[in-house]
Design a binder for this molecule. Sequence first.
Ligand code: SAM
Length: 316
Amino acid sequence: MKEQLKNFLEKLAKIYNKNDFEICKSWFEAEKRKTCFRVNLLKTDKEEVFEVLEKNNLKARKIDFLKNWYVLENWKEKDLWDLDIFKDWKIYLQSLSSQIPVDFLDLKEKDKILDITASPGWKTSQVQSILKNTWEIIAVDNNQIRIDKLKFTLERQWIKNVKILKTDARNIFEKNPNFENYFDKIIADLPCSAEWKIFFWKEKSFWYWKEEIVRKNAKLQKEILKNIVPMLKKDWELIYSTCTISPEENEDICHFLLCNFPELEIVNLELNYENSRNWLCTFWKKIFKKEIANAVKRILPSLESEWFFIAKFRKK
Ligand SMILES: C[S@@+](CC[C@H](N)C(=O)[O-])C[C@H]1O[C@@H](n2cnc3c(N)ncnc32)[C@H](O)[C@@H]1O
């Protein structure tokens, strides 16, 4: 077994108990993972989508705890490719867990929303699909190729009212001091070591993995968060998420925010999902603040969902 994979598995075994470790393993071993989608409410509705799926002998299941989220039961993503609802972007493939952060934001018309590190636009488009393009959202990314993808996605989904800023999220506030206490909602789905992408049988998927990458991403996440907290309005919310499992990029980041920003409190998240887990109270001998205990959610990877970490903060 390659060194990277061995180290990764050892870490995973430190994070999860035996049972959860086995659930995770099934995700890494799987050759295929289920396809999840949401209905693009700007273009169609659930009824039309289900009618088309049924006509094509495709079965989808609604996931109860999310507003607009479906799993294709018979697993064949390529069967969707020929359907008009897919070609016309009436449905949009988005993993289950990646939809949770926006669902946890109590979105209101006229909210001033910042989606920091926004490309390729899953969450920006999800917000505008819910708010029906009524209010401007600011989407930030620093990578032109990714921004082009974001533009493409938005256009195809009929998403409007998105102001795209190409800038480094680590100094957006310094460049835009007028954003002080400006935003009602901030979505911080930050760059991370993306451990969800690992497949045991695909060496290319894990060659990159090492602790140094995790540490590098944790540092970047802290630098970005330091810069964006001042832009959040009092009484309003910042949602933090990653698609990675390492506590350094998850609980430790929450710990960092609570230690450095006394104006922030962490909000308890209720999620009735069998694969949802609470925090880790300690890792590498570091003990995290106990307010984090029931607040955050770790989504275990399973065939229907990639893993995910979600935390919500409010400015007091
Ligand atoms: C995990 S992806 C974000 C996914 C996105 N939130 C979504 O839902 O579609 C991370 C993004 O962060 C961007 N990024 C990385 N470092 C950045 C930085 N310093 N400033 C701004 N964007 C950055 C990357 O280009 C990438 O598009």
